[in-house]
Design a protein around this ligand. Structure first.
Ligand code: MG
Ligand code: MG
Length: 258
């Protein structure tokens, strides 16, 4: 049984979600051709610590960095590295922070310079599919309503939904119940209750939905090596309309065009 959060807990998570959102915006300002993903990671780790929080991904089940940075055909869980970003790449940046005992978790996929029209469409549709899912995070709905909304939107553009990975509840632990798949049937799955905190995070592929795990045991790649996009926000299930804790406003109002 999933315990809804108290308003005190949600207040702490709200603060944390803002920090995650600002961290992603700091990273976004630095995304450019010629920059390594390791540089993005360092910048984020410094920003998180300077704001009194801990990068929760670092050391999580042995993960080696503060951010998951996943370029092009890497769906999620990419390792920051010496890879130099180049014009036309897309880079998913997934950020987690631990602050006053609670977790924050959000992700954004940035274009590097100019991207081709299909890639631009993949980014726009994936982000919009997240908002379609969020609309369903309402007391009385079910988890499957979220997945159905994400899936039906993304697939209507000919894109595909990764099945092997999903969103999740969040709180004192980064990954709590329930799982939040990005596909599903309306009216199926656990019931959503006012005060539940969940991360919705569509991972949408340009080509096949099939993926494989790299030899390092972390990085998930598309099977056909076409691009994949990933956007994530933390949401509180509420009566009537959801409350979205994290935001892309800091990214999209930073003056950098994404
Ligand atoms: Mg995440
Ligand atoms: Mg997550």
């Amino acid at each position: 049984m999933v315990r809804p959060k108290t308003e005190e807990e949600i207040a702490l998570m709200r603060e944390n979600a803002i920090l995650v959102s600002k961290t992603l915006a700091e990273v976004g300002k630095a995304v450019a051709p010629g920059v390594t993903t390791l540089e993005l990671n360092r910048l984020a780790e410094t920003f998180i610590r300077d704001n009194g929080a801990i990068p929760s991904f670092l050391g999580y089940e042995g993960f080696p960095a503060a951010l998951c940075i996943s370029v092009n055909d890497v769906v999620v869980h990419g390792f920051p590295s010496g890879y130099v970003l180049k014009e036309g790449d897309i880079v998913s940046v997934d950020c987690g922070t631990l602050y006053k005992g609670y977790n924050g978790d959000s992700a954004y996929t940035f274009p590097v310079g100019e991207v081709d029209a299909e890639t631009r469409k993949l980014l726009d549709v994936t982000k919009e599919s997240l908002y379609k899912g969020i609309e369903k995070a309402v007391d009385g709905n079910r988890i499957g309503d979220i997945g159905h909304a994400v899936q039906s939107y993304a697939e209507s553009f000919g894109f595909s939904v990764v099945r092997e990975l999903e969103g999740h509840g969040i709180g004192k632990h980064m990954h709590e119940n329930p799982g939040v798949p990005n596909y599903g049937k309306m009216g199926s799955g656990p019931r959503l209750i006012d005060g539940m905190t969940i991360c919705i995070e569509p991972m949408i592929n340009a080509g096949t939905r099939n993926v494989y795990l790299a030899k390092n045991g972390w990085e998930v790649h598309t099977a056909d090596h076409r691009k994949s996009a990933h956007f994530e926000l933390t949401v509180v299930v509420r009566k009537g309309a959801p409350e979205v804790l994290s935001t892309f406003d800091y990214i999209e109002k930073s003056g950098v065009e994404f």
